[in-house]
Design a protein around this ligand. Structure first.
Ligand code: SF4
Ligand code: SF4
Length: 254
């Protein structure tokens, strides 16, 4: 197994010696699909010509759309897409089992991390009208890291997988801090940044919002709550919320 030079260049990694490459582990990864739209999985596949190399870095051992395995095996890392419907016992059981069988559990994407647009679910639809309560997975199980986005970009998925394999804690640490923030939306940005006089007017939140729910007015974000899908992306992108200064400097090579 080796990481191709193309991936290394894209991800800004330094090359390893032959011995180091031999030592790199090939982790067993499972993909747990709860109440998600498959957009996170699509984003992983949108790494296009890098995908084969990325998949060669890991062993996919579970995932209904990926491998023909019905019993969940032990896993090094479980990627969980989607929030969890607490009226759906199979989803709850699958999440619990994944927690038991995975060393690390990752909330992949906004639905798993914050509940995302499934926070608006109220049930009453066929064929499961009783399915009305959807939660971020951290409400039911311990989550070790989260990859934000609706969907997360192909690049952040690739970078996170690579950082995991390389045990690059500088990259992973902020993502490991994210699960404790599971109530993220435009209102949280307003409350925790603008209302506390922390906003520097950079506009990152408005640039990042995928539903254009944020407009910069007089140098401050104005949230259109009717457009907000509670993805948390604005909060994650804001430099005044949770990113540690050292991480920003290292990412920007400052
Ligand atoms: S304002 Fe936009 S980016 Fe922020 S949570 Fe709502 S939809 Fe997501
Ligand atoms: S991203 Fe920039 S403009 Fe938006 S709230 Fe944060 S500091 Fe203010």
């Amino acid at each position: 197994m080796s990481i191709s030079n193309k991936i290394k260049k894209m991800l800004g990694l330094k090359s390893e010696s032959a011995e180091e490459v031999k030592e790199m582990k090939k982790p067993k990864i499972g993909y747990i699909h709860l109440s998600g739209c498959t957009g996170c999985l699509m984003s992983l596949t949108e790494n296009y010509d890098l995908l084969a190399d990325l998949l060669d870095m890991v062993e996919i051992v579970y995932g209904h759309t990926l491998v023909d395995v019905w019993e969940m095996p032990e896993m090094d890392l479980a990627l969980v897409e989607g929030s969890v419907c607490i009226q759906d016992e199979h989803s709850v059981e699958e999440l619990m089992e994944a927690r038991e069988k995975a060393d690390l559990l990752c909330a992949l994407g906004s639905c798993a991390m914050t509940g995302g647009f499934t926070r608006y679910a109220r049930g009453g639809q066929q064929a499961q009208p009783s399915h009305e309560s959807f939660l971020p997975i951290s409400e039911l199980v311990k989550v070790d890291l989260a990859i934000p986005g609706c969907p997360p970009s192909p690049e952040i998925i690739a970078k996170t997988l690579t950082a995991y394999i390389k045990e690059d804690m500088d990259y992973l640490k902020p993502l490991m801090d994210l699960p404790k923030h599971n109530e993220l939306c435009g209102c949280d940005l307003q409350n925790e940044v603008v209302n506390k006089a922390l906003c520097c007017g950079c506009g990152s939140c408005a640039m990042a919002c995928q539903t254009r729910a944020i407009e910069m007015v007089n140098g401050r974000p104005e949230i259109n709550t009717n457009r907000c899908i509670k993805c948390g992306v604005c909060y994650v992108h804001c430099p005044r919320t949770w990113w540690p200064e050292e991480q920003i400097k290292s990412e920007l090579e400052l």
